[in-house]
Design a protein around this ligand. Sequence first.
Ligand SMILES: Nc1ncnc2c1ncn2[C@@H]1O[C@H](COP(=O)(O)OP(=O)(O)OP(=O)(O)O)[C@@H](O)[C@H]1O
Ligand SMILES: [Mg+2]
Length: 502
Amino acid sequence: MSNKIRDAVRKIGDREREALGHVARGDTYGEIARRLNVSPHAVGKSTATGISLRERAAGGPRQRPVPPAPSEGARETVPFAELLKRHRGRSGLTQQQLADFATLSVRAIRDLESGRVRRPRRESVGLLADALRLGDTERLQLHAAGGSPADLRVSLFELPAQPALPEPPAPPGALVGREAELQVLLDQVTVHGHRLVSVVGIGGIGKTHLVLEAAQVLRARGRRVGWYAPAGDPLCCGAIPAAGSGSGERPPGAAGSTDDLVEAIGDRYDLLVIDGDDAPGPGRVDIGELLRRRPGLRVVVTGLTPRHLPGERVLPLTAMAVPEEARDYDHARLSEVASVALFLSHMRRSRPGFRLRQDNAHAVAGLCRWLDGVPRALEYAAGWCLVYPPELLLARAGRDSSLLSSPAGCGCQDLLRSLARSVGIVTERHRRVLAEVADRPHWTVADLDHLVPDPAAALHALLVHGLVRPAGAHLPEHFTALHLVRLLHGRDRTPAGVARAG
Ligand SMILES: Nc1ncnc2c1ncn2[C@@H]1O[C@H](COP(=O)(O)OP(=O)(O)OP(=O)(O)O)[C@@H](O)[C@H]1O
Ligand SMILES: [Mg+2]
């Protein structure tokens, strides 16, 4: 027995060890679960039980099964039809909707729920479990109720030692705008079947929110989506983890290395979302290796920069649309500009009565422009509006850099700090180009000619990293650095900034 197995066996209780002594190759999953008197999930997931069961089944003499306790038998007798109806009722889906999500006919659902069909095909049960978004335990229960076919028993024995990855969390709120980006992302992994899509952009631009939304859509369509968020902001003191991101620690039971992740994925997932695996170093997932060892897997990864792997598709997330400067604003149209809509949605949470009016429309539009339509910046600004009304906030914004941090959270999560990481990632040459153009209101690629031998490539790199943006519809072919980049450069030119850089 290997050390791994010995350690695992040591972890389980006496009752479980005793029960395992009675497991034989022909036992069904239900029998094993009854003997252990644990949830099916525990049988399937436990490192200890998984490995020991396999060893027992392979080598040990066939033991006489332990008869189930009378009270325990009842738990196993929920018919498939009943269980399916319960899960469907809980999910709020109609039979037609469930049929659509599971890609089965509505007649098949009716037959199953009426009990006319009692032993559905294993693949159909899998599709139903996906459509109902069942967790591991409920999925196994559904399989067991559908007849616990022999291959299920085998797959239970062969479940990898590593626990499965967590499910993607729900998005932190409604996705504002970004319809086009969401559609492109979904198409890339489904219609076009690309195996690696990198969603890149500066910190707070909305990478995590977008991939969470995509994961939710794909799960509703029955795709099996795994979630891996290695860590929160590695430079943060860790007090406030970003929404939907990791807590700063490796997720429980999840991988600490590519090998572990390959194990955890097994053949459980069609798609793995890796969120924010930016910190270079040994703990970073080797995505090329992952794709080689799991040939059926697709990966969506978020980060500040692309991975530069063969076949990789890059989806750069740029800032949200901001309102053009205007003498007067039509409030209805202004509130439809994506950055304004997002700002207002945050404002309503902290100040439910807030409305766009003649006296605040310019300030709201000005703030959205000043903050480059960066979602996290808009969220922070709306938070500060509890203290300062938008007009005052805009007036103070240039002088008070603390307004670029969360009013409620950790001071170290300031926007310029995370922006500095993106600037630090681009090559030295492109950084110099950025420094040259940052203070100009707008410029074209031709203006970069004298700065670098490959001006188009330089502009491309700066756009992909989200540090510059098109100047607006009224200035085609013109670009401008983010205002936040200008602020960063301005700060770095102050004596404190120079000292920090030195
Ligand atoms: N399109 C959007 N609609 C609504 N809220 C959004 C949108 N995009 C981003 N947000 C919100 O803005 C904040 C920052 O977004 P998010 O955490 O996704 O950024 P990120 O690019 O993943 O940042 P980081 O690089 O720091 O991980 C979050 O609170 C998120 O919910
Ligand atoms: Mg993120």
